[in-house]
Design a protein around this ligand. Sequence first.
Ligand code: EPU
Length: 456
Amino acid sequence: MAASLRTPGSDPWLTLLPPDLAPAHTATGVDVIRVAGGARLAGSVRVSGAKNSALKLMAAALLAPGRSVIANVPRITDIAIMAEVLRRLGCEVAFTGDEVAVDVPEAPGAAADYDLVRRLRASICVLGPLLARRGQARVAHPGGDAIGSRGLDMHIRGLEAMGARISNEHGFVLARSDRRLTGAPVWLEFPSVGATENLLTAAALADGVTVIDNAAREPEIVDLCAMLTAMGARVRGAGTSTVEVEGVDRLAPVRHVVVGDRVVAGTWAYGAVMTRGDVTVTGADPRHLAVALDKLVDAGALVETRGPDAFRVRMDERPRAVDVATLPFPGFATDLLPMAIGMAAVSAGSSLITENIFDGRFMFINEMTRLGADVRTDGHHAVVRGREGLSSAPVRATDIRAGAGLVMAGLCADGITEVSHAHHIDRGYPGFVDDLRSLGAVVERGPAPEEPSFGF
Ligand code: EPU
């Protein structure tokens, strides 16, 4: 077994943990990204595996005792936190390069640490695997966050249909099943990514057939189904709205390579257009971004597919305003909404941007308006009147994607924009500042400025 993440001085992954979880000598305390306006992003950038797949694949490793290896894992904070969640469930977790090895005991723990789940809402995805393996699970309720409420009703109703008893006590979701879960038909009100994932993992070891109707179709779901199938699960219909899982008695550990990160790839594509640049993105499948890339073509960009995992985006003029509405895959991804608002803010004309997935996704718009963006919101619609350029200001990253969108907007502002709370960006974008620099941006990380003291 390779050295554990916790071995002092062993691994740069340690610096990704929040200061109170990392050993003292690794905490960096760096929290601001300063970006100079005016650069044109140009060159080539490689994206790593998708955060929103890698996290679920690590949780799915719980389904089989033994050592699963997940490769092409992004070097980001959320992965380091998920590793801690799994360790506290009794797994050994070790990182080597871009691979994470998860060694799962015959009987993993059933209670996920409250403090960790609170920090990483994705850790609710251990619910399905723990219930399937242990017949019980105790996972902190992930609550809401800066993009809105994060309901669990569909996760719960689906697991109940399979025979689990679920209650909500003192901030925890408690799930129990006295006997093996039973396959059942489940109909989702909305194609929830997280609910589909928990139901897939629970169904993989259930007795009988589970049919998930109105299932999510995201590439990350297809990736999870591919890993489950390699582990010995019987899954049909991955990537369609009806997924059928025939439960088996036991699954085996595997090695799996994570699908490329379409959201990080899309962020670079929108950055290229906003800065009238020329960027080739490798490591992600352009078909996973079809609608988002079509919008760039409508805005006047040249988009060229360069094989199954590469594409080039070039823009020579000011983008034309385009309307965007987020929807579950294959629709326009909600995680790219801040990039769509950023592009609209510098486009010629007015854009109508509609958010259909998260009720709080517009919370960062106040920060965009500090940069001079002309945005009016009404419910889940935003009207953005494009300006020739933006104006630098100190702004705050409120979540991962908003943070990345603000940095991209800063590239279109005169002067130096300071994006604070940059640790949000570290949760989803590996090597963000280095990648920006390699594409020609003038950008640096620095310590957060001291809060002024008013003496009271
Ligand atoms: N919802 C319910 N009840 C449920 C489940 C979901 O009301 O039982 C609601 C949510 O409150 C939300 C909507 O349905 O308004 C969509 O939720 P979904 O379950 O599809 O999303 P998620 O699993 O919580 C994942 C990603 C998000 C991404 C969304 C949509 C992870 C860890 N997170 O969230 O990614 O935006 O799917 O594609 O996979 C990010 O990476 O920054 C991020 C927020």
